[in-house]
Design a protein around this ligand. Structure first.
Ligand SMILES: Cc1cc2nc3c(=O)[nH]c(=O)nc-3n(C[C@H](O)[C@H](O)[C@H](O)COP(=O)(O)OP(=O)(O)OC[C@H]3O[C@@H](n4cnc5c(N)ncnc54)[C@H](O)[C@@H]3O)c2cc1C
Length: 287
């Protein structure tokens, strides 16, 4: 696909009808949808990344179904040709004057602004997690490039305890933590290891899945794989070398909190999310 890459170098006074911040699944879908409705629209996409990732595929990589390389494409190959592409990061939004400022100081004007920068992964939200990730059996399919390590661990775990955890909302995909668990459990079942593995699911939420219609089917897999369910159990810290995870348990009232620690030979973890800081400030938003 041919892309109308905007001139690199500092831009001043450039103006587009629609400016889209972020060229992920959301930004590119919005651009395509707008263009389909009105092909005369002057659309710009501001996106600094060189690669575009198909993130749902990372679950499949963690389950040994997809090769990691099938989940990423060069950004240039997915950027629509009708859009002007600024390979830059947006640092601030001046909504009073309808303009955004880019990392190199360029200022781009818009009539309509679409913010689609995704969400930031809040690794620091769980004590010790950042340091623990990628070794000692601590992994996350949410981390770019780490699903291969998940798959390696799934194959090597023959006995012991495997923890799968899901943080409170918002998370990127409400199904991803459970999908990782079912794919792993199925591998262990097919390879005769399941009877030797204590699988636990620790969900910060109070139910197996937020859409009741799906729960009976999911429950049947919980029983099939012998998964121990733990609701309202939130991972608060991880110690990789000692293979320990600490959960904070809360009842619906949020009145009673208590901590408990678990020993784990194999650990899968979840991720907490946060919004972009540059979007959090009112009026003239900046980092
Ligand atoms: C492991 C996993 C499994 C998933 N499974 C599913 C599934 O089965 N089904 C489903 O529907 N969804 C699933 N999802 C969720 C889905 O992948 C995301 O919802 C989707 O990718 C979000 O797209 P997005 O464009 O909003 O954000 P992203 O894909 O994160 O894209 C945001 C883009 O904005 C850019 N950006 C960020 N900040 C700036 C800035 N300041 N200036 C300019 N650009 C910026 C980034 O570089 C990035 O390219 C899964 C996600 C994960 C991680």
């Amino acid at each position: 696909m041919q892309t109308n890459t905007a001139e690199q170098g500092k831009e001043q006074g450039k103006q587009h009808t629609v400016v889209i911040v972020g060229g992920g699944a959301a930004g590119i879908s919005v651009a395509a949808s707008l263009h389909k409705r009105d092909s005369t629209l002057d659309i710009a996409i501001i996106e600094p990344a060189h690669s575009h990732h198909y993130q749902p595929g990372w679950t499949m990589v963690g389950g040994g179904i997809f090769k990691p390389e099938t989940t990423s494409k060069p950004m240039a190959s997915v950027m629509p040709g009708f859009a002007s592409w600024y390979k830059q990061t947006v640092c601030s939004v001046d909504e009073l004057n309808n303009q955004v400022t880019l990392a190199d100081g360029s200022v781009i004007g818009y009539q309509a602004l679409v913010l689609a920068p995704g969400v930031e992964l809040n690794w620091a939200g769980i004590d010790g997690l950042k340091e623990a990730l990628g070794s000692n059996g601590v992994t996350s399919n949410y981390q770019e490039g780490m699903a291969s390590y998940t798959w390696k661990m799934v194959q090597s775990l023959k006995t012991g305890r495997a923890l799968f955890s899901q943080p409170p909302m918002p998370i990127k995909c409400a199904g991803a933590p459970q999908k990782a668990m079912y794919l792993s459990a199925d591998y262990w079942l097919r390879n005769g290891a399941l009877k030797n593995i204590d699988i636990q699911f620790h969900n910060a939420g109070a139910v197996l899945f937020g859409v009741p219609d799906y729960v009976p089917a999911l429950q049947s897999y919980i029983e099939k794989y012998g998964v121990e369910l733990n609701y309202q159990n939130n991972l608060v810290s991880v110690n990789g070398p000692s293979h320990k995870a600490t959960f904070r348990r809360t009842k619906a009232t949020r009145a009673a909190w208590f901590l408990k620690a678990k020993q784990l030979p194999g650990l899968y973890w979840h991720v907490m999310l946060k919004g972009h800081e540059w979007m959090a400030k009112p009026a003239r938003r900046s980092v």
